[in-house]
Design a protein around this ligand. Structure first.
Ligand code: CA
Length: 223
């Protein structure tokens, strides 16, 4: 599997490159956005790891540019900006997933594996669990083939649950990853949105997909 790493900080870049190579991935490292696009146009990659703050052309613009010609290569954003505005901008630009720096290498590896598998299976840019589908390109959600209308916030919340399918996410994970406005501790806004989402995607279906783990958080899974 061949990976394009677009990262300008030499220490971070060599840490990632070395780690991936030890796991049998082949890695090309571009040090700015322009060089990244140049590499991308000349070679075939299975995955792009893209920093946001880059010299010459920033990661959001690089992502948009890639998506004008290529809709299937997974893009994983790496960002030091934990501000969710940047994360939402990245997802809107066509990224599939993101990791907030600093991250553990094992976490990066898990994401790389998951995205690589998806590309390999030709699954395309959509998520599915039971009869619930989320299409990243059209931002549409269907259950049992019926379109479900979601607000942007509900959509990003579901998108986040999908990216962590089968993994317990805490309220603070959700807050850190998708809440734009400052999140007040003790606020029940996430529970409120989870309930909105449940009413739209689980209500009336025998099989519930959003599960509450008491005192811990939420998990999207089949049973
Ligand atoms: Ca950077």
């Amino acid at each position: 599997m061949k990976i394009l790493l677009v990262e300008d900080e030499p220490n971070v870049a060599s840490f990632i490159k070395q780690g991936l190579e030890e796991n049998d991935y082949s890695v090309d490292n571009a040090y700015d956005g322009k060089m990244g696009l140049g590499f991308f146009s000349k070679n075939q990659y299975d995955l792009v790891l893209l920093d946001i703050m880059l010299p010459k052309i920033n990661g959001i613009e690089v992502c948009k540019e890639i998506r004008t010609t290529d809709n299937s290569t997974p893009i994983l954003m790496l960002t030091a900006l934990s501000s969710s505005e940047d994360i939402v901008a990245g997802l809107d630009a066509g990224a599939d997933d993101y990791l907030v720096k600093p991250f553990k290498f094992q976490e990066l590896l898990a994401r790389v594996r998951a995205l690589g598998r998806r590309k390999h299976l030709g699954v395309g840019r959509s998520y599915k669990i039971a009869d619930l589908e989320l299409d990243i390109n059209s931002k549409s959600v269907k259950r049992n083939n019926v379109v479900i209308k979601l607000t942007p916030k509900e959509y990003y919340l579901l998108n986040y649950l999908f990216r962590n399918k089968g993994i317990l996410v805490s309220r603070s994970d959700i807050a850190a990853n998708i809440w734009e406005e400052s999140f007040e501790k003790g606020s029940n806004i996430i529970d409120v949105y989870i309930n909105y989402l449940r009413n739209k995607i689980d209500k009336g279906f025998d099989k519930k997909l959003i599960h509450t783990v008491m005192g811990m958080g939420y998990i999207l899974k089949e049973d």
